[in-house]
Design a protein around this ligand. Structure first.
Ligand code: SF4
Ligand code: SF4
Length: 341
């Protein structure tokens, strides 16, 4: 573990920005909310944020991304497109780091998604331990309030300085090259350990049972009337999907130029709450019913992906709860309600 004075940390970030301003992303304020965005100066960084509107997923699975271009003008030619800017993302909270690790598993599964994988491999993630808790978040009971992996560097605020845990060789390399650091002593290591140990208890919102019980609970409640009752208020806006760090569904479309000779294949974010999500070519819609779509999202978070990959695909960030106008998207509320019967 290393130590860096706060003013030296800002110098470190400014040095990174100077090398390539396109590469350095950090958490900034936007009105009374927070976003991940390109940093123009280290002074814009807000490492005391509670939660960002969108997770850092948007840099690895962009909302719109061209996958290939084709041209039939002379002879048929196809060019794979994979635009990668190696990013340094500063201020990622542990629950978002864990969500990215889940995405890594999904995008490396049966099909290796090179567009996603290269962006991830070429990026550097500088995490920060949570200082302020979002009132919507229940990461404390999902085991995602802290993490020992998934970062290149991890900061813990110690007042005048940050403790820095090193998670990878590339994290260590940029630190050694651009930052003025000192070794942390045993007392500091214990202090960081104590701070991390107390973070989970700062979350007021809690799941009332261990998350490991979710797959069974959901299986037993597939026909619960709660799905229909809550879904009556659902606007099918898809916001709960789009803000979620563990939702990864996308649509793929061919966009053909008017001359019908050239075109491109583009993928865009999609969401299982949207009406057309499960519509197929013949017009058949496998989840036409709003309640079926509403239930599907919770089944997917707490059971289907658990059955497939062995993890609960909700890290408790609370973004969906804060984005849902009729207030029916909150997994913590829904899961607790199912448990209470
Ligand atoms: S389901 Fe909601 S609380 Fe869970 S990870 Fe997604 S946005 Fe966050
Ligand atoms: S649950 Fe809420 S956020 Fe999700 S689609 Fe329905 S209204 Fe929109």
């Amino acid at each position: 573990m290393k130590l860096i004075k706060k003013d030296e940390f800002l110098n470190f970030v400014d040095s990174l920005i100077k090398i390539d301003p396109r590469r350095v992303i950090g958490v900034k304020s936007k009105g009374n909310k927070f976003i991940f965005d390109t940093l123009n100066s280290a002074n814009e960084l807000r490492l005391d944020y509670d939660v960002t509107i969108l997770p850092p997923k948007k840099y690895f699975l962009p909302p719109t991304e061209t996958l290939l271009k084709y041209d039939l003008t002379d002879k048929f030619s196809v060019e794979a497109v994979n635009e990668v800017t190696p990013l340094i993302i500063i201020g990622v909270h542990p629950y978002d780091l864990i969500a990215l690790q889940q995405m890594d598993i999904v995008f490396r599964d049966t099909y290796q998604d090179h567009n996603y994988i290269r962006k991830r491999e070429e990026s550097i993630l500088i995490g920060v331990n949570i200082q302020n808790v979002s009132p919507y978040s229940f990461a404390g009971s999902m085991g995602t309030a802290t993490t020992e992996e998934g970062f290149d560097l991890m900061l813990t605020d110690l007042g005048d300085e940050y403790a820095i845990e090193i998670g990878s060789e590339k994290g260590e390399a940029i630190l050694n090259k651009y930052a003025k650091i000192a070794d942390a002593d045993g007392d500091t290591i214990n202090k960081v350990h104590d701070i991390k140990g107390k973070i989970a208890s700062k979350f007021k919102k809690q799941l009332n049972f261990p998350p490991e019980e979710l797959p069974k609970l959901l299986e037993e409640n597939y026909d619960n009337e709660l799905w229909e009752k809550n879904a009556q208020k659902c606007l099918s806006c898809g916001s709960c999907n789009l803000v979620c760090p563990t939702c990864y569904c996308f649509d793929v479309q061919d966009i053909v130029e008017l001359n019908l000779r050239r075109g491109k294949r583009v993928r865009t974010w999609d969401g299982c709450l949207l009406e057309d999500f499960a519509k197929v070519a013949t017009g058949e819609n496998f989840r036409e019913d709003r309640a079926a779509r509403y239930r599907h999202r919770f089944m997917r978070k707490g059971k289907y992906l658990y059955d497939r990959f062995g993890f609960i695909a909700c890290v408790g960030c609370g973004r969906c709860a804060s984005a849902c106008l009729p207030d029916i998207a909150d997994p913590c509320k829904v899961f607790n309600a199912l448990k209470e019967g």
